[in-house]
Design a protein around this ligand. Structure first.
Ligand code: CU
Ligand code: CU
Length: 367
């Protein structure tokens, strides 16, 4: 069955991952090739090179990439619902906890589209725990992941992060949210060099949807290489139970020309076109949506056939907007809440068509 499916895919495109690998090596050669394939398949321009065997007709229904990522270097499915509550080392009373994390910065080659590898810098957490204090696997294990692990806590918790830099460039972790000047991770004297350690400590406030990223220089390169993640502070009273998903909109400059060739949520181009996100009819779906895209001044999220409530930065309990499209600068983020009243496939993607065609699109499958 599985083979038949794969064969069908191969027949319909005429190109598979093996062809990519055979033709251009794993990094830059494949980068240019995969990028042009993405463009060709996604493009409605009849002058696009035909790889479909349909006699030059554009294949609008084939928006996406050829093949699948098989290296296991990234785990967008685990990442989507992964929340790292850290190791609770102290009960501070009144529902507050001290949460301790150990983070590393490491080198990692990540497969961002089938056969296309990007030399990333990645954060990894050695201490992923669920809400109940059980140790859980983190995306990428101890080898790191882009985006980095989603840090989750409650308003008023004490956060302690031991950061060890195992990469040969100086890095930091700069958190959004309140903290003292010493904990900012943005000044030259706060850069953490190879094999050095820095301890970040602050109280989790204000509640909302935040992010963290490296603040070493050159800043755009350090962020773009993959050193960013989501930092969620729940309000004391909590939020309504929901199916919760983390989506980090990002891009990759695979040929280092200062422009992105691949766009995605959670790094893997078109992953949720191949593997739609399953949600239940009528259940509350909550998306923690963050934009970390470098080199483009904006990114956006559009949902088909539905509308959602938007709470910008998640800092209030009341949504400000009811819409189907939001647009963010780098560092902007919102909590989106929606329900799907009917079963079926519903697309979501950047409303910059170019980004969508270069990998930033996916489907919800409502069951
Ligand atoms: Cu850095
Ligand atoms: Cu920032």
């Amino acid at each position: 069955m599985g083979d038949e499916k794969t064969n069908q895919k191969k027949r319909s495109t005429g190109v598979n991952r093996r062809d990519f690998l055979a033709s251009g090596g794993l990094t830059l050669g494949a980068a240019a090739l995969a990028s042009s394939s993405l463009k060709a398949l996604g493009c409605a321009d009849p002058s696009c090179q035909d790889k479909s065997g349909t006699g030059g007709q554009p294949m609008a229904s084939d928006m996406g990439v050829i093949g699948d990522c098989t290296s296991g270097t990234l785990d967008p499915d685990l990442f989507l619902t992964h929340f790292d509550w850290g190791k609770v080392t102290k009960d501070l009373g009144d529902g507050k906890k001290r949460r301790e994390y150990t983070f590393f910065a490491v080198d990692k080659e990540i497969e961002i589209a089938p056969g296309l590898f990007f030399p990333a810098w990645a954060y990894t957490s050695e201490t992923p725990h669920d809400q109940d204090g059980n140790q859980i696997p983190g995306p990428g294990g101890s080898t790191g992941h882009v985006p980095g692990p989603t840090i989750r806590c409650r308003e008023g918790d004490e956060i302690y992060i031991k950061f060890i830099n195992q990469n040969n460039h100086p890095h930091t972790i700069h958190f959004h949210g309140y903290h003292s000047s010493e904990m900012d991770g943005s000044m030259k004297h706060q850069f953490v060099f190879q094999n050095e350690t820095f301890e970040y400590e602050f109280m989790a406030e204000p509640f909302g949807l935040h992010l963290y990223h490296c603040h070493s220089v050159p800043l755009k390169r350090h962020i773009h290489k993959g050193l960013y993640g989501t930092y969620i502070i729940d309000p004391k009273e909590g939020r309504e139970p929901a199916r919760e998903l983390v989506m980090v909109m990002n891009g990759f400059d695979t040929n280092f020309d200062g422009d992105n060739e691949i766009y995605a949520v959670n790094s893997v181009a078109n992953h949720h076109m191949r593997y739609p996100i399953k949600v239940k009819k009528d259940e509350l779906v909550r998306i923690y949506l963050v934009n970390t895209t470098e080199f483009d001044s904006i990114n956006s999220f559009h949902l088909h056939a539905n509308f959602f409530y938007e709470n910008r930065t998640g800092t209030s309990m009341k949504a400000e907007y009811f819409t189907d499209t939001v647009m963010f600068c780098q560092g902007e983020r919102s909590i989106l809440e929606m329900r799907f009243p009917k079963t079926g496939l519903y697309m979501f993607h950047a409303h910059q068509s170019e980004f969508a065609e270069l990998g930033w699109m996916g489907n919800f499958e409502v069951v």
